[in-house]
Design a protein around this ligand. Sequence first.
Ligand SMILES: [Ca+2]
Ligand SMILES: [Ca+2]
Length: 314
Amino acid sequence: MLADDPTDTFLRYSLAMELDKEGNHTASLAKLAELTKDEPPYVPAFFMAGQQLTRIDRVNEARAFLRDGIEAARTQGDAHAAGEMSEFLASLGDMAVLSALTPAASPADIVLADSTAEFSNVQGQDSWLYGYYSGPFTPDNFQQMAEYDVARERWQVDGTHPFPFYWTMLDRQGGHPNGLTTSAGFQPAEHWPVRRYESESAGAVTIAGVVGDIDDRFGGQGLIARIFVDGVEVYTRHLGNAESNVPYEVDAVVSVGSFIDFAVDPKNSNDWADRFLFTAVVTTVPEPWSTVLLAAVGAPIMAGRRCRNYASGS
Ligand SMILES: [Ca+2]
Ligand SMILES: [Ca+2]
């Protein structure tokens, strides 16, 4: 369209406003839509369309105009218009979720999962599963642990004997694998305990936490912490005996339903002194904040769930 004639642009915009006043929303919105497709787009038209659509209860369409308008305003360096539209967009969404995001010049990370805070005695709660691989040692072999020991607050493979028949277990912070070389009285079998998170959202994420071998007793030969995303190993850390509190951070891209497996290999199938620490927090990767806003507004599953603002610097 003719965008280089400011008089023409203003006339078209005035006409759209007149049509709105007369209640001719179809024609008014058509004019506004034209203006948003100008090169460059006419920024006030997005806001006007968003307000008009909201008045006539077409809120989803209003959001779409506002989101595009915020992008257009930012591209044109119009921070004021971007701010006005983002406030209006926020008012159409869940304020509780959006309050963390709206004023931000920079994005807030959203915590999608926290292995420690969300640890529970229910398989699948908060999208966490507690299991193990018994060979082949790949995510396809994942089996859920069947028993939860209430007194010890841990998942385990077999607690029917006076002491667990296998070492294999997971607790809030970590766990213990089982090996072919194991303690007297235990069944020799290789088990890798695996904490599994099933992603509820799609996009780039950061996976971060701490790993460690937390039993320094003589004879331990360490272990290996591994992370798999949809079957692909994205992190491998060999830990020596008593090498603990090792921070890690991995970037990955997930889809809804992706599996992130936090597995511990006893290393050479020897589980002596192999008690481990392995925590995980999955957060969204900062994106242009309007995109984050879009995700928050457009995804009721996130709004309804425990989405926490990742408190940075506090
Ligand atoms: Ca050890
Ligand atoms: Ca070991």
